[in-house]
Design a protein around this ligand. Structure first.
Ligand code: TRP
Length: 454
């Protein structure tokens, strides 16, 4: 399951979606009034009708020539390799996050919105307003996210949902559960049980390094934690979804092993609070907000469908775009291809040489031509990465303006990016080194937690 944070077809069809101060409601690429320095080009991949979910035999999944495909296991853009996010949002039936909703979040938390929100990286949602409303009324909720531990090496894209979840936890002062789906990876990736469990623990160290609060955060491996109330919920959910429905939602066919067909119930169950009695007791009415990349949406569509039928509130979602490979829109990021991504373990030297050698550039072939025509931000990977990781809005806008006008050269924007990424990786490596076995054990032990809110 490469999906979101893993193998990725493409992503922004334009430069920056939303930079602070841009003003006006964001209407998606191609329609918005672009903020200075941005370039909102035509919506990509619009020439063919998209082939999204369901129902589709599994063999047909991810043949980009057939049009855009987004499932939890496959992400492929349309004819030109780019992902059309407006189309996914419509097909999935989620909503775009409006500026008004972001303002409401800022108001009720008293915290400035994270730049992933301000810039439209987390761009879609399901019933996020219900969470905001609950918070405004002093009611509680919890966060749920996860990772499939398929590789030891995490790349920068893997950190995106966790960085954002950390911000949510701090802003809303709320508890968080993190599911490590080692069982899923055994089924899909043919991993041995021991190896999947080892990877889950190694990945947990990287997740902890993002700064989660040990008093409010529970990280669990499915292999270790499933049993008791969590498994009761898995069983309830599994009993309410037919094979025909699962095939419709996920595209399974008759050749899928039965573990895969049953797995969605495992990813659904943490959205039910009484899966965690050591945190939430037997409370069935506590709301749940799930930050995730949009390829995970099918799981939670299913979860929302069954929730009321077993006495729970439907979970809310806040969903992100995909993080692009170094090679750009249609490139695939893969943990086995070290030139496709910057890994959190990379040295400053490796980062520098990867960006300089492999980051796809929207700059022109010669300096003269570049000065004259400027860069095409819509395809420029350094520009996209800066939108993810440069926090300073003003500097970002300035770089966008200068690079697009040809005043700034490719080497210069790459130098700015290298500096930012070297800083992020260095900090991450230091934080990870501080995650001792004891710290890891603490996060992963089901324990009485008395300070979950506030
Ligand atoms: N299936 C996800 C992956 O492969 C992992 C996951 C489990 C997850 N539960 C989640 C992701 C909840 C987001 C939210 O990466």
């Amino acid at each position: 399951m490469g999906g979101a944070r893993g193998a990725v077809g493409g992503y922004w069809s334009a430069g920056v979606a939303r930079v602070a101060g841009g003003g006006g409601q964001w209407r998606g690429a191609g329609e918005a009034s672009p903020p200075p320095g941005s370039r909102l080009g035509a919506t990509a991949g619009a020439h063919r009708p998209p082939r999204l979910l369901p129902p589709r035999p599994a063999e047909e999944v991810a043949k980009p020539e057939q049009g855009q495909v987004v499932t939890p296991w496959d992400v492929a853009g349309g004819a030109d390799g780019a992902i059309d996010y407006d189309k996914i949002t419509k097909e999935f039936g989620c909503s775009l996050i409006s500026d008004a909703l972001i303002e409401r979040i800022e108001k009720c938390t008293g915290v400035r919105a994270h730049h992933f929100l301000r810039r439209g990286i987390f761009f879609a949602h399901r019933e996020l307003e219900k969470i905001v409303e609950a918070h405004e009324q002093g009611k509680k909720f919890y966060l749920y996210t996860g990772r499939g531990p398929s590789s030891e090496a995490l790349h920068l894209g893997h950190l995106v949902p966790f960085m954002f979840t950390k911000w949510l936890q701090d802003a809303f002062k709320c508890p968080l559960v993190i599911q490590l789906t080692d069982d899923e990876k055994c089924l899909w990736r043919d991993l041995k049980y021991e190896e999947a469990l080892r990877l889950a623990r190694e990945n947990a160290r990287d997740i902890i390094a993002c700064g989660f609060d040990p008093e409010k955060t529970f990280i669990f491996s499915d292999f270790e934690y499933m049993g008791g109330p969590f498994y009761v919920n898995v069983n309830k959910i599994a009993g309410l979804v037919t094979f025909n429905q699962a095939r419709g939602i996920f595209g399974f066919d008759g050749s899928a092993n039965i573990g895969k067909i049953g797995f969605p119930a495992v990813q659904a169950a943490p959205a039910f609070p009484d899966s965690f009695p050591h945190m939430f007791g037997t409370n069935k009415k506590l709301r749940c907000l799930i930050p995730c990349a949009i390829d995970q949406d099918p799981y939670f569509r299913m979860t929302r469908d069954v929730a009321p039928r077993c006495g729970y509130v439907k979970c809310s979602l806040i969903e992100s775009r995909f993080f692009p490979a170094l090679q750009g829109e249609s490139g695939k990021m893969s943990a086995s291809d070290t030139t496709s991504a910057v890994f959190v373990t990379d040295t400053p030297k490796q980062i520098k040489s990867k960006i300089n050698k492999y980051a796809f550039s929207g700059g022109q072939a010669t300096v003269e031509e570049h000065r004259e025509k400027g860069a095409n931000l819509a395809v420029d990977v350094p520009w996209k990465y800066l939108n993810f990781f440069m926090e300073d809005d003003e500097r970002l806008q300035q770089i966008g303006r200068e690079y697009e006008s040809g005043q700034m050269l490719t080497g210069e924007i790459k130098a700015a990016l290298i500096e930012v990424l070297q800083g992020i990786c260095k900090t991450h490596q230091e934080n990870r080194a501080a995650v001792t076995d004891e710290v890891l054990q603490r996060f992963m032990t089901p324990r009485q937690m008395d300070n979950l809110w506030g």
